[in-house]
Design a binder for this molecule. Structure first.
Ligand code: SF4
Ligand code: SF4
Length: 275
């Protein structure tokens, strides 16, 4: 199946946050109360109720100061640590190319939020008494995407800084745009997301190095996750199997004891009825 993707072109973004609002509107996510912290960036980070966020970065160049904007959220990694550590399968690779999340299947363990190299998933407490939680993150509007619709943020972006389509075609477009920008003096223009973590589902045209946007140049798939998959998870399965076997033996032993008790009392019962 053709892989779909999102392209964010930072050279077109005007920092209006329409994408952020469209995401909240489509998913019915409430606003958070925030305070002015010296920046138009708001809220200060991704939240359980904020899955898409526009980040603002001040960047000094030889030609003076620049504002850099980034439409941020889950980047839908090919080598997705969140998918690999999720014990319930709530996080999955969708055949269309994005990482889906079924919140009903999430047990609130929080492994995904720890493993994600971009620190994207947020845990929402859904029961204050029990502490039960659910993960939340951008899913590229999985309900819309799987029905042939464009994600809400892309649909709303006024200058067309966000695009949705076949990944290969978007990559070609991104490289052409970078060349166009370089020819116009943006010498640091580059594509981000083509190769990182096996290739991201969210591609970026940047006008400055990734670090200037708060992006890691070379995000890493932690070796702890490999250890988790190869050692801890199998041990977990062994523990579950051992517990199940133990319960089965316990049930058999109890049943056997009960049957022998019955056999032991039967003659007396016969005697009493005969009397
Ligand atoms: S950015 Fe994080 S949450 Fe999104 S797919 Fe990658 S590992 Fe998973
Ligand atoms: S809607 Fe488009 S222009 Fe506005 S902040 Fe989002 S990406 Fe940038």
């Amino acid at each position: 199946m053709t892989r779909l993707a999102m392209l964010f072109d930072a050279s077109k973004c005007i920092g209006c946050k329409s994408c952020q609002v469209a995401c909240k509107q489509w998913w019915g996510l409430p606003a958070s109360e925030t305070t002015q912290a010296g920046s138009y960036e708001n809220p200060a980070d991704l939240e359980p109720n904020t899955w898409a966020r526009v980040t603002f970065h001040e960047y000094e160049t030889d030609n003076g100061f620049q504002w850099l904007f980034l439409a941020w959220g889950c980047v839908h990694c090919t080598q997705a640590a969140c998918v690999d550590v999720c014990p319930t399968g709530a996080l999955k690779h969708n055949a269309l190319g994005f990482v889906s999340l079924e919140r009903e299947a999430c047990n609130g363990c929080g492994y995904c939020s720890q493993a994600c190299p971009f620190k994207v998933p947020r845990m929402e407490t859904i029961n204050l008494l029990t502490g039960a939680a659910r993960a939340s993150k951008c899913t590229f509007c999985q309900d819309r995407a799987t029905n042939g619709l464009t994600p809400a943020c892309v649909k709303t972006c006024p200058p067309g800084a966000l695009e949705w389509g076949e990944r290969d075609a978007l990559l070609e477009k991104a490289h052409a745009r970078v060349e166009w920008l370089r020819n116009r003096g943006y010498t640091q223009a580059q594509v981000y997301g083509e190769t990182q973590l096996g290739g991201l589902g969210r591609l970026f045209v940047l006008t400055a190095p990734p670090e200037a946007y708060g992006l890691p140049a070379n995000p890493q798939y932690s070796s702890l996750i490999t250890g988790w998959q190869q050692i801890v998870q199998p041990l977990g399965y062994v523990a579950v199997a051992a517990t199940t076997l133990g319960l089965a033996f316990n049930w058999l032993a109890t049943r056997r004891a009960r049957l022998s008790n019955l056999e032991a009392v039967e003659p007396d019962a016969t005697d009493e009825s005969e009397a």
